[in-house]
Design a protein around this ligand. Structure first.
Ligand code: SF4
Length: 464
């Protein structure tokens, strides 16, 4: 059987799919020069092939089916079965491609979080829509079953029983030597050591498809060893929503990497309260180069309202400073527009992000994603009817205190203030010299005053 797998590229804007926003995806529209630059870097250094499709490819290849990968919407090769990875932010293109493949005689299916939670976006354009993690449905297809309509695909209980992802079948690009800024350009290997998240943040789509499950350390070690054997010194991107949830398991993984003498570098995403200096040092020895974490808001009361357990600011600072001393890049995630937010509280969060001084920061506008508790809470306030605009950067509901223009302005100001300051360059260059840092901080204050004057001329200064 010939199986075509599609992870379609967005056009003109930077679109991320697969595990971004749990699978709903995000779209960065370059609405300022700073964002255009951020999007440019993301496109070249952050984009990697889909882990979900790599698992599906492995299942079909194991059953000796031919696997063909496409990422261009105009590419509609002959196929017996075609599977498209879905996203909320680009669902029309995916549905169009499914329809075109169906017209060419393939039986077409849709997989991913969006297909699972919003099947009505695909029902008319494809033959079957998979609800759940895709591996169970892929095994049925690979065994020759014909699927039709909405198909329940139960979560995988035994993650160790899955074949390892086949990156060679889903468009992994050869490494471009010399082009390496933290990650090698387009050449990071996503690896999922656990799925789901045991936390309860009401806005988060990472926890709505299936429960938290973790692979054994030995199984993860086997996959890392295989990667190291095929691709020397690989850069591994752990895509677990909460990588360091189990401290002992992390220490065991560090031991496993050392015992097998694996040479690799990796990054991960976690909560700051799931890190401590000793654990960071062990992870660093094993190859850790970069950590991403959610801060979301400076207000612990705001976080409690969305069922997010706040992490004490002293602990956040201690961890970020420790990472800086160890040469580990850090990236903090922030959300603008919680229901309790007003101009001053958003300004306070932006200033906290600058003061915390992670290497990078990502700011998004609160988005009520379908299937989350936040969606149920905010549904009466939602005015946006185009699901493609639920992209993490566009206001979608009537905020009680902030107009859409104000949210957009604050978002733009957050990126400008964070990235257009001397300390960003110093942190990014991993300069350790104290005099350089204190000089950059003094210059930061001057630049901040300039930003304030520019903001005042446009709307209002972002100060708290
Ligand atoms: S800790 Fe992170 S991944 Fe887990 S539910 Fe909260 S926001 Fe989502």
């Amino acid at each position: 059987m010939r199986v075509v797998l599609a992870d379609l590229r967005g056009r003109d804007e930077y679109v991320s799919k697969d595990s971004v926003a749990g699978g709903y995806g995000s779209r960065v529209t370059p609405f300022s020069r700073v964002i255009r630059t951020v999007a440019w870097f993301k496109e070249r250094f952050i984009t990697v092939p889909s882990g979900q499709l790599a698992y599906v490819a492995a299942i079909f290849a194991d059953m000796r089916h031919e696997v063909v990968f496409v990422n261009d919407e105009n590419d509609t090769p002959d196929a017996d079965v075609a599977i498209v990875l879905t996203s909320l932010v680009d669902h029309r293109r995916e549905a169009r491609w499914g329809d075109a493949m169906r017209a060419r005689g393939a039986r077409v299916g849709a997989i991913g979080l969006t297909a699972s939670k919003m099947p009505e976006l695909y029902d008319h354009w494809v033959d079957f829509v998979v609800n759940g993690e895709p591996e169970h449905a892929a095994r049925r297809l690979a065994a020759g079953e014909q699927l039709t309509g909405r198909i329940a695909s139960p979560a995988v209980d035994d993650l160790d029983g899955l074949p390892f992802p086949r990156w060679d079948l889903v468009g992994m690009r050869p490494e471009r030597r010399g082009l390496r800024i933290i990650r090698p350009a387009g050449r990071g290997f996503p690896l999922v050591a656990s799925r789901g998240c045991p936390e309860f943040c009401t806005y988060c789509p990472h926890r709505i498809l299936a429960e938290y499950r973790a692979r054994s350390v030995e199984n993860v070690g086997d996959e890392l060893e295989l990667l190291c054997g095929r691709y020397p010194n690989p850069y591994v991107i752990f895509r677990d929503p909460l990588f360091t949830q189990e401290r002992d398991r992390m220490l065991a993984l560090c031991d496993e990497i050392r015992r097998r003498e694996l040479v690799l570098e990796f990054e991960c995403e976690t909560r700051l309260d799931r890190l401590d200096p000793d654990l960071i040092d062990r992870l660093r020895q094993a190859g850790l180069r970069s950590i991403s974490f959610g801060v979301e808001s400076v207000s612990s009361e705001t976080l409690r309202r969305v069922a997010r357990r706040p992490t004490p600011p002293e602990h956040q600072r201690a961890i970020v400073n420790h990472c800086r001393r160890r040469g580990i890049y850090t990236a903090g995630f922030y959300v603008i527009g919680f229901l309790q937010d007003d101009w001053n509280s958003v300004a306070a969060t932006i200033h906290y992000a600058i003061d915390l001084a992670s290497t990078f920061a990502q700011f998004k506008i609160l988005t009520p994603y379908p299937g989350t508790p936040l969606w149920k809470q905010l549904a009466p306030l939602v005015y946006e009817r185009d699901w493609q605009r639920f992209d993490g950067f566009t206001p979608t509901f009537h905020h009680p205190s902030l107009r859409a223009e104000e949210l957009n302005f604050l978002l733009t100001a957050a990126y400008t203030r964070f990235y257009m300051r001397p300390s960003f360059a110093v942190n990014f260059s991993r300069v350790q010299d104290r005099r350089a840092h204190s000089f950059a901080c003094r210059m930061d204050r001057r630049v901040a005053a300039l930003h304030g004057r520019q903001e005042e001329a446009q709307m209002r200064p972002v100060i708290c």
